[in-house]
Design a binder for this molecule. Structure first.
Ligand code: ADP
Ligand code: MG
Ligand code: MG
Ligand code: MG
Length: 401
C-alpha cells in the first residue's frame, strides 16, 4: 500500500490501525472522508470501543478548480507536516499534534480537533471567542519572530528558506490574490450584480500601483516562515481554545501577509453580518466585537513581537537600534493593512469566495455585503503605505458600514 495513490476509507482504517500504541487492541475502527475534496482528502477515524479518534490528511496531485483539474505538487504535504511540527515547537498547544508523516503516501496523521469548530462557521453563527486574539497573536508573533532574521541564526535561516520553497502554491496566491482581481481575467468569479464595482477595480491605476507593490513584497521579501493561508477556515476554536490547521501554503514571505489574512477574514465576516444578524443593535454589537478583535490582534502581536525582540533578538545592530524597531513595526503594520485589503478584494471578485458572504440567501443583502467588503478592501489597499495606527483600519470598516 506504500506507493502513492489516493486512499480509500478502508485503506485509511488499515493504516490507522498500524499506528503504534494509538488504538488499543480490539479496536473497532470506522472511517469517514470529511474534506471538501478540492485539494486534499481528510479522513476521520474513530474507534467505537475506546472512543479514541484521529485525522489523516492526504494530498491529492491536483486541485479541482471550476470543474477542471490543475496539477499540484504533492510536496506540499511534506511542507504542511514539517510546518505543523515547527509550529508545535514554537507555539505549543496552538496546533494539532502530529502523530506521524508518511512521505510515500503524502499523508499526515494528526490529532482530531472535532470538539472545536471552524472559526468562520462560529462567527457566522454570532459566537464570540474571547481567547482568540490572545492565542492567534501568540501564534503569529512566535512562529514569525523565531523564523525571521531577528530571532533565528541567519545562516540556518537561509537553509530553512530552501526547505520551504513552495513555488506552485505561491503561484496560486500570486495569480488569484495579486493579479486576477485587477483585470478582466477568466479566473475571476463575481456576482453579476456588482459588475460595475469589479470593472472599477480594473480601471483604478492608483490601486494597481499599491497591489503591484504588495505583490512585489510577496514575491521577494523572505522575512519569516509564513503559514500562508491564515484565514478563519484554517482556525479551529472554542471559547477556551484556538488551534491553527492547514499550513500547506507555508513559505518564506512578508510577515504582514499572515496578520493581514486574519484581519481580512474578521472584516469579511463584518461585511457578511449585513445578513446574519438581523437586529440592528445586535449587529452593531457583534461588528464592534469584530473590530475590537482586529485591534487586539494587532496590538497584542505588536507587544509580543517587540518583547521577543527585546529578550531574544539575535541581530545585534537591529536589536540595539530603537528607531529601527519602530521603523520595522510600522512597516509590518502597513504591510498588514495592504495585504488585508488584497485578501478581502479577492474573496469578492476572484475565484475563491467565503461562505460568510456567498451563503447569504437574500440577493439584496448579499449585494450590500459584497459592496461593503469591496469598499473596505480597496480603502485598506489605498491607505496602506500612509497608515500610522490600527485605528485607521477600524475607522475604515465602521465608516463604510
Ligand atoms: P484543505 O487544505 O483541503 O483545506 P484542511 O486542513 O483545511 O484541508 O481540512 C479540511 C477540513 O477537514 C477542515 O475544515 C475540517 O473540517 C477537517 N479537519 C482538518 N483537520 C482536522 C483536524 N485536525 N481535526 C478535525 N477536523 C479536521
Ligand atoms: Mg489547505
Ligand atoms: Mg483548509
Ligand atoms: Mg466563487
Amino acid at each position: 500500500m506504500s506507493a502513492y495513490h489516493p486512499l480509500t476509507e478502508q485503506e485509511a482504517i488499515e493504516i490507522a490501525s498500524t499506528l503504534d500504541g494509538f488504538f488499543p487492541s480490539g479496536a473497532n475502527l470506522s472511517s469517514r472522508e470529511i474534506g471538501d475534496g478540492n485539494l486534499n482528502l481528510v479522513f476521520h477515524i474513530t474507534d467505537s470501543v475506546s472512543g479514541k479518534s484521529l485525522i489523516m490528511k492526504q494530498a491529492l496531485p491536483y486541485a479541482k478548480v471550476v470543474g477542471e483539474s490543475w496539477p499540484l505538487t504533492l510536496d506540499r504535504a511534506r511542507i504542511e507536516s514539517e510546518k505543523l511540527l515547527l509550529e508545535g515547537e514554537l507555539a505549543p498547544g496552538l496546533v494539532p499534534v502530529v502523530y506521524k508523516y508518511d512521505p510515500e503516501l503524502y499523508l499526515t496523521i494528526m490529532e482530531d480537533l472535532s470538539d472545536h469548530v471552524i472559526m468562520r462557521q462560529g462567527l457566522i453563527g454570532g459566537t464570540r471567542y474571547p481567547k482568540f486574539a490572545d492565542d492567534i497573536s501568540t501564534f503569529i508573533a512566535r512562529t514569525l519572530f523565531f523564523t525571521s532574521d531577528l530571532g533565528m541564526n541567519q545562516q540556518e535561516k537561509k537553509l530553512q528558506v530552501k526547505a520551504f520553497i513552495n513555488p506552485e502554491l505561491c503561484k496560486i496566491t500570486e495569480d488569484l490574490i495579486f493579479d486576477d482581481p485587477y483585470t478582466d481575467s477568466p479566473n475571476n468569479s463575481f456576482d453579476p450584480a456588482i459588475r460595475d464595482a469589479a470593472e472599477a477595480l480594473w480601471q483604478n491605476e492608483q490601486l494597481h500601483l499599491e497591489v503591484a507593490i504588495l505583490r512585489d513584497k510577496f514575491l521577494t521579501n523572505a522575512q519569516a516562515l509564513l503559514h500562508g493561508d491564515l484565514h478563519t477556515g484554517s482556525v479551529f476554536v472554542t471559547p477556551e481554545s484556538t488551534k491553527v490547521i492547514d499550513p500547506e501554503f507555508a513559505y518564506y514571505g512578508p510577515i504582514g501577509f499572515d496578520i493581514g489574512a486574519v484581519i481580512a477574514n474578521l472584516l469579511l465576516n463584518f461585511a457578511g453580518q449585513e445578513h446574519w444578524i438581523t437586529d440592528a443593535g445586535q449587529r452593531a454589537d457583534f461588528r464592534q466585537y469584530l473590530t475590537d478583535t482586529v485591534r487586539d490582534v494587532w496590538n497584542l502581536f505588536d507587544r509580543k513581537f517587540r518583547a521577543l525582540w527585546q529578550e531574544q533578538g539575535l541581530d545585534r545592530l537591529a536589536s540595539s537600534t530603537p528607531a529601527f524597531k519602530d521603523y520595522y513595526m510600522q512597516r509590518l503594520l502597513q504591510d498588514t493593512i495592504g495585504f488585508a485589503g488584497c485578501k478581502i478584494v479577492r474573496r469578492i471578485v476572484g475565484l475563491s469566495h467565503v461562505v460568510d458572504i456567498d451563503r447569504i440567501p437574500d440577493s439584496a443583502a448579499k449585494e450590500k455585503a459584497q459592496r461593503l467588503a469591496l469598499a473596505i478592501g480597496t480603502s485598506l489597499i489605498l491607505s496602506n503605505r500612509k497608515a500610522q495606527s490600527i485605528e485607521e483600519v477600524i475607522d475604515i470598516a465602521l465608516s463604510q458600514a
